[in-house]
Ligand binder design. Structure first.
Ligand SMILES: [Zn+2]
Ligand SMILES: [Zn+2]
Length: 312
């Protein structure tokens, strides 16, 4: 009589299922990191619904439950524009809801919670949507998913760091500007007239290259912020804690200024409009300048923004 191998009835381990498709966010830990509104729109598209449907049917019911926001995010800022891409209440709630629905982690890296240590929320985000038509066109031509990077959300960013062309804020078809998250928002398309926003030649520039007199400054701002976004997720304590980040920035500013002669100090202060208190080393760590002033300081000091915001 032949003896057959016995059957195994042990159940194999099945990974935990998520309610929605576990869409991978684009570019966490790189200069290409996408924004949370872009992720939300791509997730809605993966389920063949508009963002408004996803929000009303899946996200809002979760927000009504008591998710423990306080444990995940210490020192939250509640001031300033309450955008899903910002660092206020709405961003924190949307991050936790989308993580619960998709099983993804670290979605806070798609928002300004990544830079929660920055002193002020006011003025960080552009109130209207901005985009690079050349990037959209390039991604479409190469078969890559098109999305809206977190970098384009900053008010201070006005040019694409890849193409050095001006970011657009008005649709060339209908001329409307638009908010970041609308009922039918979809990266790459106008939320008003639904037209494709990509183009191979930026119409308002010389071959797409910025001809503004302050082109160096504009490109430098985009490149500097991109470099910060690329490393911030690897240094959550440094960039996430207002006290730690503020202390570092204040110390680095004082260190730079203390090496200048009194005449040079006066010239630098006048040129950058930096606060006189920096000269005495008395700048309170939680009252360091806003982002625009940090950019100005590091630009004229010949120091990268990343160096200004980290210990070096
Ligand atoms: Zn571009
Ligand atoms: Zn339009």
């Amino acid at each position: 009589m032949k003896t057959y191998r016995s059957w195994q009835f042990d159940l194999s381990t099945i990974p935990e299922r998520s309610r929605l498709y576990g869409l991978q966010p684009i570019g966490i830990g790189t200069v290409k990191v996408e924004s949370l509104t872009s992720y939300l729109a791509r997730l809605a598209s993966a389920h063949c619904v508009h963002p408004s449907t996803l929000i009303h049917q899946e996200i809002e019911p979760l927000l009504e439950q008591r998710l423990d926001f306080a444990i995940r995010f210490k020192n939250p800022s509640v001031s300033g524009p309450d955008s899903p891409n910002g660092k206020g209440q709405k961003a924190r709630k949307y991050v936790l809801a989308l993580e619960a629905l998709t099983g993804q982690s670290n979605l806070y890296c798609l928002t300004l919670l990544l830079l929660n240590g920055l002193h002020a929320n006011r003025g960080l985000l552009n109130p209207v949507r901005a985009w690079c038509p050349l990037c959209y066109q390039q991604w479409q031509a190469s078969g890559q998913p098109f999305y809206d990077p977190l970098l384009w959300m900053f008010r201070d960013v006005t040019v694409c760091q890849h193409h050095h062309s001006l970011l657009h804020t008005h649709c060339p078809q209908c001329q409307y500007s638009q908010r970041h998250l609308t009922r039918i928002y979809r990266p790459g398309y106008c939320s008003k007239c639904h037209q494709w926003l990509g183009t191979s030649i930026a119409p308002c520039d010389n071959g797409g290259i910025v001809m503004e007199p302050d082109v160096d400054w504009r490109v430098w701002v985009s490149t500097s912020l991109a470099a910060v976004l690329a490393v911030a997720s690897q240094m959550p304590q440094q960039f996430g804690d207002p006290h730690v980040l503020g202390q570092t920035i204040a110390a680095n500013m004082f260190c730079y200024l203390s090496e200048l002669t009194p005449e040079q100090q006066a010239q630098f202060i006048a040129r950058t409009r930096a606060h006189q208190k920096l000269l005495t080393g008395q700048c309170h760590p939680q009252k360091v300048p806003e982002l625009t002033s940090l950019l100005t300081f590091s630009y004229f000091a010949g120091m990268s923004l990343l160096d200004l915001m980290t210990n070096h």
